[in-house]
Write a protein that binds this ligand. Structure first.
Ligand code: NIG
Ligand code: FE
Length: 374
């Protein structure tokens, strides 16, 4: 049954099916247009300086991503540029990175640190992320990702110990993030590192996320699931037993089709196994200068259909309800239900699937965040 009317009070959805005589401060006629929850981009690295065009062109000519990272480029090139950028400059370019996401109706945006990898730079990134929320009228969910890669001239084990035992408690105490992420891969961190970080993070009541099985199989998906991670992200090389572990723990599988298509050659994530096991699937942009320089969640959702065979309804739920659950199992956003934050878009489209058919062609006619028009 299509919903004919929705009431909003104090920034939250108050009721559906309002009698025409009901009193209201503002009444808006959506004229048979489609109302959808504000979109949720649950995985981005949107605060960074510079670009990696040269590396992209080199990959088109045969170089590979892991090799670029091992040679000191890749993530570390963006670390160098981001460290150099003063706060105001970093804020300015980060706002530009995410402007297309906000324009296409994203009202919740996760942003990971991880291009600083030293105290001042990681804090600068998290403060930039926090500053973006009020400017964009968007909910920013910051994630501390000091465990993105190992900085140059640094040993992995002591670096990870510093991230887990010194930085993380300070970041949490200062209120800059309550979520943590780690990249487990042969070019980044190990299962033992994940254990060490998640042990500390769990004691601090952080929400746990991990980049797992992106470039090869590591077992990190299972390990993160055993820790009760909110999400495991990428999963191209995940095995059936990993999927089983996600199902057991209620962990959301966050799929990142733009990164997969930009890197090329990766197998598809185990979509059918995820479905069969009942693992919630979310889709995110992964916006970053290395593997996903495309600021469009709708493009990511449309690509998940074309590249991997997700259904349109899986893709739409993947950028709303399940994306919200990837960030917070108790999220009060990502769905249109009484009591939820009144984050929604009014779209001039015949039906929701239009967004996935022509992802670059649509913008919400009106976008609301916490009940206020943006
Ligand atoms: O999600 N895998 C690690 N992190 C990012 C890429 C970061 C970068 O290349 O700058 C990702 O793909
Ligand atoms: Fe990522």
């Amino acid at each position: 049954m299509p919903v004919r009317s929705m009431a909003v009070a104090k920034g939250r959805i108050a009721a559906f099916g309002i009698p025409p005589s009901a009193q209201s401060r503002l009444r808006l006629d959506a004229h048979d247009r489609v109302i959808l929850p504000g979109l949720v981009d649950c995985h981005t690295h949107a605060v960074f300086a510079g670009d990696r065009l040269d590396e992209y062109l080199a990959r088109l000519a045969g170089a590979d991503y892991a090799g670029q990272n091992r040679a000191g480029g890749g993530i570390l090139s963006t670390v160098a540029a981001t460290r150099r950028a003063p706060f105001a400059e970093l804020l300015d370019c980060s706002l530009k990175h995410v402007a297309p996401l906000v324009a296409e109706g994203v009202t919740t945006l996760e942003i990971k640190s991880g291009y600083g990898l030293d105290r001042d730079s990681e804090i600068k990134i998290l403060k930039v992320a926090a500053a973006m929320g009020p400017i964009l009228k968007t909910r920013i969910v910051p994630t501390f990702m000091g465990a993105h890669t190992v900085p140059a001239q640094t040993e992995r084990v002591p670096y990870l110990a510093w991230v887990a035992d010194e930085m993380l408690p300070d970041v949490v105490a200062s209120g800059l993030a309550r979520s943590v992420d780690i990249f487990v891969d042969s070019i980044a961190f190990t299962l033992a590192d994940l254990d060490r970080l998640f042990k500390r993070a769990s004691a601090l009541s952080c929400r746990l996320h991990a980049h797992t099985d992106q470039l090869g199989h590591t077992g990190a998906t299972q390990q993160a699931a055993h820790w009760g991670a909110c999400s495991c992200d990428h999963l191209e090389y995940a095995h059936p037993e990993d999927v089983e572990a996600l199902a057991q723990s209620g962990t959301v599988a966050v799929l990142l089709p733009i990164a997969s298509s930009f890197l090329g050659h990766a197998p598809p994530p185990p979509i059918e196994a995820l479905r069969q096991a009942g693992v919630p699937i979310a889709i995110a942009s992964d916006l970053n200068p290395g593997t996903a320089p495309v600021a469009s969640l709708l493009w990511a959702a449309a690509t998940s259909i074309r590249l991997w065979g997700l259904t349109p309804s899986e893709a739409l739920i993947g950028i709303t309800r399940h994306a919200a659950h990837a960030l917070d199992p108790d999220a009060d956003f990502g769905t249109l239900a009484v009591g939820q934050s009144a984050d929604f878009g009014i779209w001039d489209i015949p039906r929701p699937e239009s967004l996935l058919y022509a992802p670059a062609s649509h913008r919400p006619a009106m976008s609301f965040f916490r009940g206020e028009r943006r």
